[in-house]
Design a protein around this ligand. Structure first.
Ligand code: ADP
Ligand code: ZN
Length: 212
């Protein structure tokens, strides 16, 4: 089973992707996490991506498409995967069609802008395992430490209020058109993001069962 999760930054794609992958034993693939990892390790891709990511812009297509292609070709992706954060514009979606991987469904997690801003500004992230938390909605058990792996929890640079607004703008301009793109291919499922993480997870499971 291969899925795509669409939705604004902070809609919960990463968190939900973890849950769904656990249940179906498939691989979560987040281009954002891969790019952050590359940046941390100062790889050539990481160095190229840095300025775009810090300003809330999309990283150039050829760079992300290259990273994604390599990742889905690895053996651990054979059972299936969830793409979180890819594709992010129409040309990336077309590139994915060209690669020829079959996508079973595209799940759009829909959350209003005001709530997105609230979520992102309070969001915290584990440096080690990438899990995300929220000062109010998903608090840490121990200050500064990841509930899952004990790693150091930080605020992402791009979760600063000004960058959050830029990312939302980028989302509306570049990524939202993908909703129509996948609707026309008959692949789209819409899930309304709920306040409770587990409620959204249930709705996603229902959407997946419907298409199976
Ligand atoms: P969020 O969904 O919260 O914005 P991500 O971790 O998915 O966070 O992405 C963080 C940043 O990484 C984006 O703002 C963008 O600069 C870059 N990025 C991630 N995926 C892509 C992609 N498919 N195409 C271009 N840039 C990307
Ligand atoms: Zn962690």
């Amino acid at each position: 089973m291969n899925l795509i999760f669409l939705g604004a930054p902070g809609a919960g794609k990463g968190t939900q992707s973890e849950k769904v992958c656990e249940k179906y034993k498939i691989l979560p693939i987040s281009t954002g996490s891969m790019l952050r990892e590359a940046m941390k390790n100062n790889t050539p891709s990481g160095i190229k991506a840095k300025s775009y990511m810090e300003s809330g812009d999309l990283v150039p297509d050829e760079l992300v498409i290259g990273i994604l292609k390599d990742r889905i070709a690895r053996p651990d992706a054979e059972n299936g995967f969830i793409l979180d954060g890819f594709p992010r514009n129409v040309s990336q979606a077309e590139a994915l069609l060209k690669i020829g991987v079959n996508i079973d469904a595209v799940i759009n997690i829909s959350v209003p802008d005001e709530e997105i801003i609230d979520r992102l500004v309070g969001r915290r992230m584990c440096e080690k395992c990438g899990a995300s938390f929220h000062t109010i909605y998903r608090p840490l058990k121990i200050e500064g430490k990841c509930n899952i792996c004990g790693g150091k929890v930080i605020q992402r640079d791009d979760d600063e209020p000004e960058t959050v607004l830029k990312r939302l703008k980028t989302y509306h301009e570049k990524t939202q058109p993908l909703i129509d793109f996948y609707e026309q291919l008959g692949k789209l499922k819409i899930v309304i993001g709920q306040k409770e993480i587990s409620q959204t997870t249930s709705l996603i499971f229902e959407a997946i069962e419907e298409m199976a």
